[in-house]
Design a protein around this ligand. Structure first.
Ligand code: ATP
Length: 350
C-alpha cells in the first residue's frame, strides 16, 4: 500500500531549480532512501515531506491525502537531522521525553516507562541522567532517534543522521537504525550521499541527480542493472564504455570500443549506432600477463597505475585505450601490464 507519495514536485529557490519534477511512492513500512551527490535535492525532498517547505508545483500525499498546507506537527512524522540538535541543558531522559510533549505517551504506558523503553531500544539504557555533552556523537544521534520515535510517528524522516560520525560508528548506528526500523515497521525516508550506506540499509533506493530522480529500485537492481550512465558511475565503482555496434543479433551484440571488439548481450541497438555499457570492477578477472597474440574474447590489456590494498580485495586503477579501467581482485599479480577479461553477461547496456 502506498503510504507516501510525491507527484511531479517542483521547488525553486531564487533562480535555482532544487527539484525538477520529482515523483516517488513509498510503501507502508518501507525503508526508502534518497541518495545522490551534494545539491541534488535530497534534503529539499525530505523537508517537503516534513512540511518544512511547500512545493511550487506537484503534490505530496500521505495515504492518498494531499497534505498541502498541513503543518509539520499534524503530519505524524519524526525527523532526525545531521546535527543531533539535542537540547544541551536537558538530560538525555528529558530530551527523549520532549518527543512526547504534544501527544503524551502511547496508551497504557507512562512517560517514564516510554522513555526507558526508547533508551533501551537505542542501547542507551542507564544513560538517561547524563547531559548530551557527556555522550559520543553516535550516542547523541541515538538520543535524537529515540526522541523522534517517542510519539510513535507514522513516518520517520532521517536526513544524513550518520554523516558526522566516523566510519565504525556509522556502521554500528546504521545496523541499529535498520534493526529498529524493522522492529517498529515504520515507513522511513532516509537521505544520504553515501551510496554504500544506501545499498546496505534500504528496501528501495531512489538515485537523484540535479533535482530529478534517475532510477528507483532495490539495492540489487540499482547496482546490477543501472539504467543510466549517472547511476552506473555514482553507485559503486564502475567501468563505463562507449562504442559502435558492429553486429546486432538475437544472441549477442558485437561492439567496437577503441580498437577492441567485444561480444556483449543482445540489445535493440542496430549496427552503426553508438551504445554505452558498463562492467563492474569485480566482473573483470585477471587473466594473467598479456600474451603477444591478438587478444581473444572480451580481453583487454591494461596498464596498472595504482593498486589500493583493501584487505579482502585490491582495487587496481588501470589505463586502457586512454580510459581508466578499475579492476577489483583478490588475485594481484606483481606486474605493470595485465590481461583482464569479462564475461558477456557482466556487461549492462543503458
Ligand atoms: P547536500 O547533500 O549537500 O545536503 P542535497 O542533495 O540535500 O545536498 P538540497 O539541500 O536539497 O540538496 O539542495 C538542492 C539545491 O537547492 C541546491 O542547489 C541548493 O543550493 C539549493 N537550495 C537548497 N535550499 C536553499 C535555500 N534555502 N535557498 C536557496 N537555495 C537553496
Amino acid at each position: 500500500m502506498v503510504d507516501l507519495e510525491l507527484d511531479g514536485v517542483r521547488r525553486e529557490y531564487a533562480g535555482t531549480t532544487a527539484l525538477d519534477g520529482v515523483s516517488l511512492s513509498v510503501a507502508e513500512g518501507e525503508f526508502f532512501t534518497l541518495v545522490g551527490p551534494s545539491g541534488c535535492g535530497k534534503t529539499t525532498t525530505l523537508r517537503l515531506v516534513a512540511g518544512l517547505e511547500s512545493p511550487d508545483a506537484g503534490a505530496v500525499r500521505f495515504g492518498g491525502e494531499d497534505v498541502r498546507g498541513m503543518p509539520t506537527e499534524d503530519r505524524d512524522v519524526g525527523v532526525v537531522f545531521q546535527n543531533y540538535a539535542l537540547f544541551p541543558h536537558m538530560s538525555v531522559r528529558e530530551n527523549v521525553a520532549y518527543g512526547l510533549q504534544f501527544d503524551g505517551p502511547p496508551p497504557g504506558t507512562t512517560a517514564d516507562e516510554r522513555v526507558a523503553e526508547l533508551l533501551a531500544m537505542v542501547d542507551l539504557a542507564g544513560m538517561g541522567g547524563r547531559d548530551p555533552d557527556e555522550l559520543s556523537g553516535g550516542q547523541q544521534q541515538r538520543v535524537a532517534l529515540a526522541r523522534a520515535l517517542a510519539p510513535e510517528p507514522h513516518v520517520l524522516l532521517l536526513d544524513e543522521p550518520m554523516s558526522a560520525l566516523d566510519a565504525r560508528l556509522r556502521e554500528q548506528l546504521r545496523r541499529s537504525v535498520k534493526g529498529i526500523q524493522r522492529e517498529l515497521d515504520v515507513t522511513t525516508l532516509y537521505v544520504t550521499h553515501d551510496q554504500e550506506e544506501a545499498l546496505a540499509v534500504s528496501d528501495r533506493v531512489a538515485v537523484m541527480n540535479a533535482g530529478r530522480v534517475e532510477q528507483v529500485g532495490t539495492p540489487q537492481a540499482i547496482y546490477r542493472r543501472p539504467e543510466t550512465a549517472f547511476v552506473a558511475s555514482f553507485v559503486g565503482d564502475n567501468n563505463v564504455f562507449e562504442g559502435e555496434v558492429l553486429e546486432s543479433g538475437d544472441g549477442s551484440t558485437v561492439v567496437r570500443v577503441a580498437d577492441a571488439e567485444f561480444a556483449l548481450p543482445p540489445t535493440d541497438a542496430e549496427a552503426g549506432e553508438t551504445v554505452r555499457f558498463c562492467v563492474r570492477p569485480e566482473r573483470l578477472s585477471v587473466a594473467g600477463p598479456p600474451t603477444g597474440a591478438a587478444p581473444p574474447g572480451n580481453r583487454l590489456t591494461v596498464d596498472v597505475e595504482t593498486a589500493e590494498f583493501l584487505g579482502d580485495v585490491t582495487r587496481l586503477y588501470c589505463r586502457w585505450a586512454g580510459r581508466q579501467v578499475i579492476v577489483r581482485t583478490s588475485d594481484v599479480p606483481d606486474a605493470d601490464r595485465l590481461a583482464v577479461e569479462f564475461d558477456p553477461a557482466a556487461a549492462t547496456f543503458f
